[in-house]
Design a protein around this ligand. Structure first.
Ligand code: NAD
Length: 288
């Protein structure tokens, strides 16, 4: 399987990390966002990250120069139509993602693979309006945050996905420092389904906002439970809004099963704009 040119749509937390990782694999990456300045800022962040890795001697000067030349922010109306793979990492909204998939289907070369980085939306739902041929090349590629570092990539196939494509992608990622896992196209796939209860039960223990309890629950799960981060630190990192959207999507997909019901603390935090580390305030305060 040859992946030489990738289009990443959405240059937020995930899109920019995915773009950075692909550029490090020697793949040409075009990065677009609804707001072009976001794509430009993503390039700057990737460059700063590579400079740090260079200073730590993780990569040499030649490698860093090649990574930088592989990543290009492009105006959304001006991306190439001959990419081998498109990965969307835009807002977790089914209608907006479906509209984008249809546009890509119409414009991108027919051999191109279309993938979604959605955390929770069934890939079947995103693929069902696409052309018959494209359906066989549509798949979920779910990266984790931070994408250049986290090894797991969930590969989600639909009933239409060409099984050989799944195998080829599995091999492609396995050869390049990732640990892929093939998942069923069910809400939340594997990790986000299990994780709903990691967050949900922690929010139930908290019940109402209390800073001491936030720290206590985080400390217990981290220091005693062996998790790398406690649930509140992790929600702050993901973004309370992003996590709330995923919770709602999984809950609705399981016919409002109470096991997955969102908590009102999540809604209150989103409505008051305390959406986590990216805005310097979530369950904790940050100096960004
Ligand atoms: P984000 O809010 O940081 O970034 C989304 C970006 O998409 C924004 O820059 C926005 O301007 C852009 N955008 C929105 N609509 C667009 C459109 N129609 N065309 C082009 N650009 C558009 O979000 P994120 O955290 O990077 O999440 C993106 C996707 O990845 C979501 O589906 C989310 O569920 C999934 N995801 C998130 C995480 C995480 O930890 N944040 C982890 C895995 C997967």
């Amino acid at each position: 399987m040859e992946i030489k040119k990738v289009l990443i749509v959405g240059a937020g937390t995930m899109g920019r990390g995915i773009a950075q990782w692909f550029a490090q694999q020697g793949v040409k990456v075009e990065l677009v966002d609804a707001v072009f300045e976001v794509a430009l800022a993503a390039q700057e962040l990737a460059n700063a990250s590579w400079d740090k890795l260079h200073a730590k001697a993780k990569f040499n000067e030649k490698e860093i120069a090649s990574f930088k030349s592989n990543l290009t922010p492009v105006e959304i109306s001006e991306h190439s139509n001959d990419c081998d793979l498109v990965i969307e990492a835009i807002i977790e909204n089914v209608d907006i993602k479906r509209e984008l998939f249809q546009k890509i289907d119409m414009n991108m070369k027919k051999e191109c693979i279309i993938a979604s980085n959605t955390s929770s939306i069934p890939i079947t739902t995103l693929a069902r309006e696409l052309s018959q041929e494209r359906k066989t090349k549509t798949i979920g590629l779910h990266f984790f945050n931070p994408a250049p570092i986290m090894k797991l990539v969930e590969i989600i196939e639909t009933t239409w996905t060409d099984k050989q494509l799944t195998k080829d992608l599995f091999d492609w990622f396995s050869k390049r420092s990732k640990k892929p896992a093939v998942c069923k196209d069910s809400p939340g796939f594997i990790v986000n389904r299990v994780a709903r209860n990691f967050y949900g039960e922690s929010l139930h223990i908290l019940e109402s906002y209390d800073q001491d309890k936030v720290e206590e629950i985080d400390n217990v799960l981290k220091n005693v439970g062996g998790f790398r981060m406690g649930p509140f630190t992790l929600m702050d990192l993901i973004g309370i809004d992003v996590n709330y959207d995923v919770t709602q999507s999984v809950w609705k997909s399981f016919y409002n099963d109470p096991r997955f019901r969102p908590h009102q603390i999540q809604r209150e935090m989103v409505e008051s704009g305390r959406t986590g580390k990216k805005v310097s305030e979530g369950f904790y305060k940050y100096e960004n």
